[in-house]
Design a protein around this ligand. Structure first.
Ligand code: HEM
Length: 291
């Protein structure tokens, strides 16, 4: 695109590489993938026992004990991945920054409205047909002529992250109640335990659909990334892609670099132009004090 919002910056090369997913984040993501897929494959035979696929992969009714054992091992893996992430957020600077950046802000709600407005193209179509001209001329932002200028993490990514945090808590708590059924039954009455079982099954289906439809499409299957984004493998993004997909983040990096350049230039001139023997502001203040 040639509009100003996507114009390239002299401070950022299009082929410059930025790390968007650090090694630590990629490893956590990988452990979550492995445990989640195993949990789905070993949990769904209980909800949909009639599907022939379970016998094909050796997890049919006859392998009930194996399926059950694998589900518990993977459940323990998911707990480990979640604890790892909690420690990462609480004990490392990188993790704390990641968590702060993932927290929803007012701008995310506006960008959600912008994204829907842009996709529908309703107000822009009305405008082009001569409707609401006065209103939209005074408030051009309601025309939604461009997609939102996303920062480092957009509302889709933040929503997914929070959904995983919430989903993991629900699945771990309900999964532990099912695992240590007698201990949980001693605390909660039967109706609560029935609900726990229902919640575990429904949330599993919801999580599965959210990953297959929402996450897979947004990250890999959309026309811009198809057949797969390599981000989860190498964590890298080029300056060019960054400019197009996260223009808000791109401009932030540009502003930081511009600021750094200004400072360097100022220091350079300060170094060159100072009179011989002059020791800078501290020297001057010292001389003043002595006087
Ligand atoms: C997102 C992750 C998970 C998915 C997709 C998942 C999926 C499922 C499904 C579909 C069922 C059958 C529910 C029913 O019969 O109504 C189930 C049962 C069960 N889940 Fe999970 N689960 C997950 C996480 C966990 C965790 C973290 C634990 C343990 C800490 C766990 C432990 C259990 C246990 C003990 C059962 C009872 C059946 C069995 O013996 O396998 N699950 N799970």
């Amino acid at each position: 695109m040639s509009d100003g919002r996507h114009a390239s910056s002299p401070f950022i090369g299009d082929d410059e590489i930025f790390v968007r997913m650090t090694l630590q984040q990629r490893l956590q993501h990988f452990l979550t993938i492995v445990t989640f897929v195993t949990l789905v494959v070993t949990g769904f035979p209980l909800i949909y026992p009639e599907w022939p696929i379970w016998s094909w992969i050796g997890l049919g009714e006859r392998s009930f004990a194996l399926r059950s054992l694998l589900h518990r091992i993977a459940g323990t893996g998911l707990i480990a991945a979640s604890l790892w992430h909690v420690v990462y957020v609480m004990a490392t600077e990188e993790g704390a920054r990641f968590f702060r950046e993932m927290l929803p802000k007012a701008i995310d709600i506006w960008q959600l409205v912008e994204a829907v407005g842009y996709q529908l193209g309703l107000t822009e179509t009305l405008y082009r047909r001569g409707r609401l001209r006065g209103f939209l001329d005074r408030r051009p932002w309601w025309r939604f002529r461009e997609p939102p200028a996303y920062g480092k993490y957009n509302w889709i990514e933040k929503f997914e992250y929070l959904a995983i945090v919430w989903g993991n808590i629900v699945m771990i708590v309900s999964g532990l109640c099912l695992w240590f059924f007698e201990a949980a039954f001693a605390i909660f009455p039967k109706p609560v335990m029935d609900i726990v079982k229902l919640v575990h099954g429904f949330e599993a289906t919801l999580a599965f659909l959210a990953i297959v439809i929402w996450h897979m499409y947004c990250v890999h299957l959309n026309p811009e990334a198809f057949p797969m984004s390599r981000m989860w493998l190498d964590g890298k993004i080029s300056g060019k892609l960054l400019r197009h997909h996260y223009p808000g983040w791109y401009r932030e990096i540009e502003a930081e670099r511009l600021e750094k350049r200004r400072l360097e230039t100022a220091l350079h001139w300060y170094d060159r132009e100072k009179p011989p023997g002059w020791e800078g502001p501290r020297g001057v203040a010292g001389a003043g004090g002595e006087g």
